[in-house]
Design a protein. Sequence first.
Lengths: 154, 278
Amino acid sequence: MIASMKLIDLVDNHAERIAEQWAKNVVKNPMTPYYQKLAADRLIPQAVRLYHNFRNLFMEPKRAEASDGYFSKYAEARYKEGVPLHEAIYALILMRRQIWLYAEFQATFSTAVEKQQAIDSVSRTMLMFDYAMYFVTKKYRELMKLEWFETPNT
Amino acid sequence: MTGSLKLVNLIETHAEPIARQWARNVRKNPRTPSYHGIPEDKLVPVGMKFYDNFKQMFFTDKPADTSQHYFARYAEEHHQRNIPLNEALYALIMMRRHIWLYAEFQAIFISAVEQKQAVDSLVRTILMFDYAIFFISQRYQELIRQSIEEKLGVVNVLRMERPLGAKQGPYKTAIMIALVFSAFGLTYYYHAMLAQNIIFTHLLYIPIVLAGIWWKKKGILVAACLGGYLLLSHLLFLKGMPFTDDIIRAAMFLVIGTVVAFLSEGITRAEELYKPAN
């Protein structure tokens, strides 16, 4: 866990800057065409919120439950905005990648010991985003069920 | 890329045991209950096929293009088995984890140089799985849209909308005007000519339901209009007859019109979500 602190601090301290980079990326990515029509000032806050919550989600002893709460709300918001599920998921993937691009840019992990820390951080970040994928798709499915009064196979 | 070769070799030579471990795990994981009833022998080939494709993705310059077809098929097979997307994705995530659990178990990244290779492999593996998650969820949406359109076959005829196609607005308006005027005429005929208050009002539900389907909340106006006309006609032509029945009828017009409007709005909203991204 200590090894991951460096990344957590980086994300928390540079949340706005990383979110701005993510917003620039997501509006021009061919896999997220829905986001192209959204203004940066609508996009940035959702990424900033996630990056500021990164520490809480990381430190939480029951990470799955914490992720469930946070990402279900995230999914609900995206669903209400009409974002297609696969794009909402890919936007999350881009948020995760942006952390790494920023971390690399800042040369946070350069020495041999730091490489080991990098592996640890990647693994933990991945675990958190794995939960994110699961809970976001699950929530979308539940919301669609409500809308359809039946169980579409999502 | 060189750093990743070690991992690819490991997957190539140990695809079967990795897939078997994955199959055992996915059959008991609480997040993948749909897999619990699938026999291990049926799951192992799924895992092995995936790991085989994974190797091919590693050696191509355009992994997204190479894998798109494979992941579309993967999604189709899982959708056919009625596995929800969240579980299909989690099973996929577990496939990735099992590569790493196996790699760790085999201790293939120990030295400092190997640690660097590990990071390289990790990053590339994640990239492959990111594409997988995207393509699978995209294909699932398409499949769901197809099944919705199939299920909505009759409803779409009533909605006078081609699946995801152009709306036929002018026809709807013309039909609705004809129906509403027929309803007015029918009400006048029964109230003014026959001085009767019998069950002809059931026919008025046709324009009410169609208006709700076609114009959603705006369609409630037709229900209100017909309800209002029914009450007015009663006041003018059926003096002395109990008013309560027609008040209840007019209220029911509004209730039915509102329910249909909300249902229609729900269908349209869900359809919007499944529309392919252009």
